[in-house]
Design a protein around this ligand. Sequence first.
Ligand SMILES: Cc1cc2nc3c(=O)[nH]c(=O)nc-3n(C[C@H](O)[C@H](O)[C@H](O)COP(=O)(O)OP(=O)(O)OC[C@H]3O[C@@H](n4cnc5c(N)ncnc54)[C@H](O)[C@@H]3O)c2cc1C
Length: 313
Amino acid sequence: MAPCSLATEQDGEIQADLVVIGGGPAGMQAALVAARARRQVLLIDGGTPRNAAAPALHTFVSRDGILPADFRRLGLAELLRYPTFRFGRGLVEAIKGEAGAFQLKLSGGKKVRARYVILALGLVDTLPDIPGLKENWGKGVHHCVFCDGYEQRDRAWGLLVKDLSALEHAPLFRGWTADLTVFTQGLPVPEADLARLGEQGVRVESRPIREIRGGSGDHRLAGLLLEDGTELPIETFWVAPDQRQPPLVESLGLDLREDGAVQRSETCETSKPGIFAAGDLSAGRMQQAILAAADGSRAAFSIIRELMVRSRA
Ligand SMILES: Cc1cc2nc3c(=O)[nH]c(=O)nc-3n(C[C@H](O)[C@H](O)[C@H](O)COP(=O)(O)OP(=O)(O)OC[C@H]3O[C@@H](n4cnc5c(N)ncnc54)[C@H](O)[C@@H]3O)c2cc1C
């Protein structure tokens, strides 16, 4: 038996052992494992990574500070060296069928048959509706202190909290700056919390923000304007965006966890047999490129084992 097989096109349909949907770190890593295991793997990517607005990708050892676009370019170049790997730019619009015999419909009408699917589609961020926030997203406005805190260290930081439970995380940010103000957008903060945060060197501002003002050059904000006209010299602002699953995941009706992440088994399989999930969409709070990549490996290992050892197909 020939141990490797190629993604083939028959009667206008592409056939593959595995289709990986999403070409971020999770999807590229999953595809790399599968290609190196000599399985026919097709990676389809819409080209809209979550970190598209960021000037650099940090905290990924050996790639710390790389441009997000360069990270993807390097990953894809590595993948294209493998003869059983194929890549398509576009969207997967629908998935039908079952483990061993999935049919995928791609934008533009192409059809794909696959034995297994890995969903690595990332998440959709919805930013708070504050004027100026979107324009500075990934530059002076950030969400992950472990990703971008170091570059913004020792500046005047603002942290937006959606509810009072988030206040307990505020002291974490003091590891990067001594100048930290928490913004509650009008939410009153109990005296006990104010006193505790004050002891930890954290200021609390309940007056709502009217506008976030971008700065020039080095990703430093010019400041915040409050509803009452007060200007505050905040240079870096942190928010936790609301997040939802991408439309394709919603359309599949998969079981989700309470925090909205895709529910998976230990082998990364979702509630629909044969469909696996990796990366941010199943991560919960810990969302980082290197974690997504590791997750892609785990999902691919499981599928390769299925294909080679206990095939259900
Ligand atoms: C502003 C910002 C800055 C960040 N900075 C860092 C950082 O410095 N360091 C770090 O480690 N992490 C950082 N992150 C987090 C990091 O970007 C994510 O954890 C990581 O990208 C998740 O990888 P993923 O592969 O799960 O998803 P993504 O990288 O989001 O990739 C998902 C891909 O799936 C594609 N897709 C979606 N739907 C479809 C479909 N139907 N068909 C085909 N393709 C589809 C999208 O186009 C996208 O390309 C940052 C995030 C943001 C928002």
